[in-house]
Design a protein around this ligand. Structure first.
Ligand code: BES
Ligand code: MN
Ligand code: ZN
Length: 494
């Protein structure tokens, strides 16, 4: 893929496609048609089709062997950041489908940007690369060309430098998201705890600022992570505890831990999932995938804070050795957990992962977990639930999500629901006695393991981790890579 800039005359013969983004009811569209010297036939068709630039609306025609495309952005006055991502996604998807190698896009006419111009360069690159994403490795016939086309941007020469800089940033945001998507899409038979660990090791190997430590069952036992061990004990796949550390040059102000739920397959355990419940459960390591995606680009983005990436990776399987309902396990902090249901396994592994994270002396912990079906009931599949024990962190994450186009919605850590997690035999129980609020009670369970002086946020990403149908031009069916761009944006502000 090559990125070119041009602020002179457009030479159509060098392009397969030329795209004009068009604001809804844009003035000047007629004069553009005139400027392009389109023939009477095209003009008549334009009138007939009543193209007004509604979102995703397309009007196309051929001009000197180049396909000209008017793409409606749906926006009235100026284009929003995520509409711009979607425009970019459309351009790369359309090009791929039509095997175009050289495409151009002219912003100079019927489009207006918002205030933060640089951001548009970044999000265009994100949409462009993410729109071209597919997971076809298991198809014998690859129907789509995975090549990313060359792109010429018709823009004033003076913006070239900033556009290039922010474009590169967008490419990194996309690449990190793509890694997370690949990991989620990979079947559980191959995406084992061992493979997750190998990927963590290869990220560290390629980067001087990142160190990886992988603990096996014995070492996990020595550390006293009996909650994590309990969830693992029904599986034949060896568990892995993954600890990545990113250490930037110079002094750092803060230390942050990103903790990802890493259940590579969730059968439910002895409380086995029924019906369709198990079908997509390879996605239960989506939190871990997001953490690894983020780590892949921390260095290139020159992030200024120390970041720890922590994943307790195992499967949740039924067997004669599996954890039973009614069993009691103890996490490495010494807290005991009664297993009310073996399918509420994520929070049990997180009890140890969060404890380990806090032992690293971090001041902020953010965990990402495909934790509850209840969260999907509450917020549907596009929103992640955000829980935070500090206002500022919540605000920052909401702001970063707003930029990244990922949807998160804050939910309460309702203290009056805490008692629902009480156990008669242990310190806490892994399922709540209440009927409703399952995402909240799961978050409150996690909070039991957070020390007083630690700033903590929890993202329940059970809904948005996976797209059952294409969500928009840059988010096809499958793993979404949810959370990667929000976290990168947030880390950049540190
Ligand atoms: N991994 C699931 C949650 C999940 C459900 C993620 C749907 C993505 C889509 C989790 O481990 C689970 O099974 N949770 C149970 C908890 C219950 C037993 C308290 C659930 O939500 O049903
Ligand atoms: Mn489960
Ligand atoms: Zn699970």
């Amino acid at each position: 893929m090559e990125l070119k800039f041009c602020d002179k005359e457009i030479h159509l013969q060098t392009l397969d496609f030329l795209v004009y983004p068009v604001l809804q009811n844009a003035q000047g569209i007629k004069s553009l048609l005139k400027f392009l010297h389109v023939n009477e036939q095209v003009l008549q068709r334009f009138e007939r089709e009543e193209f007004v630039g509604k979102k995703g609306e397309i009007f196309s025609f051929e001009l000197k062997q180049t396909m000209i495309i008017f793409y409606g952005t749906g926006c009235e006055k100026k284009i929003g950041l995520d509409d711009f991502r979607q425009l970019a996604g459309f351009v790369s998807r359309w090009s791929q489908k039509n095997h175009a190698q050289n495409i151009g896009i002219d912003f100079s006419r019927i489009i207006k940007f918002g205030e933060d111009k640089k951001a548009y360069a970044q999000v265009f690159a994100e949409g462009f690369y993410l729109g071209a994403y597919n997971f076809h490795k298991y198809k014998s016939k690859k129907d789509i060309d995975a090549k990313i086309p060359n792109l010429t941007l018709f823009l004033a020469n003076k913006v070239k430098k900033t556009w290039t800089l922010f474009w590169d940033r967008g490419v990194l945001f996309a690449q990190a998201t793509i890694l997370a998507r690949d990991l989620v899409n990979e079947p559980a038979a191959t995406m084992t705890p061992s493979l997750l660990a190998e990927i963590a090791l290869s990220i560290a190997k390629a980067d001087k600022k990142i160190k990886a430590k992988i603990l096996d069952k014995e070492q996990v036992h020595e550390l006293g992570m009996k909650a994590f061990l309990g969830v693992d004990q029904g599986s034949d796949e060896p568990l892995k505890f993954i600890h990545l550390v990113y250490q930037p040059q110079g002094k750092t102000k803060t230390k942050i831990a990103l903790v990802g739920k890493g259940i590579t397959f969730d059968s439910g355990g002895l409380n086995i999932k029924v019906g369709d419940g198990m079908t997509d459960m390879k996605i239960d390591m989506g939190g871990a995938a997001t953490v690894l995606g983020v780590f892949q680009v921390l260095s290139s983005l020159n992030i200024k804070v120390e970041v720890h990436g922590i994943i307790a990776a195992c499967e949740n399987m039924p067997s004669g050795k599996a954890l039973r309902p009614g069993d009691v396990v103890q996490n490495m902090q010494g807290k005991t957990i009664e297993i009310g249901n073996t399918d509420a396994e994520g929070r049990v592994t997180l009890a140890d992962a969060l404890a380990y994270a806090q032992k690293q002396g971090v001041d902020t912990v953010i965990d990402l977990a495909t934790l509850t079906g209840a969260c999907v009931v509450a917020l549907g599949s596009s929103y992640a639930a955000l829980y935070a024990n500090q206002e500022n962190l919540a605000k920052e994450l909401l702001k970063s999500a707003d930029f990244s186009g990922e949807k998160i919605w804050r939910m309460p850590l309702a203290p009056e629901y805490k008692e629902f997690n009480k156990s008669h035999v242990a310190d806490v129980r892994n399922i709540a006695s209440s009927r409703g609020g399952g995402s909240i009670t799961a978050a409150l369970f996690l909070q039991e393991f957070i020390e007083n002086n630690v700033t903590w946020a929890h993202l329940d990403i059970a809904g948005p981790v996976y797209a059952e149908k294409e969500l928009n031009s840059y988010t096809p069916v499958g793993g979404v890579g949810f959370g990667v761009r929000t976290l990168l944006e947030w880390l950049q502000g540190k």
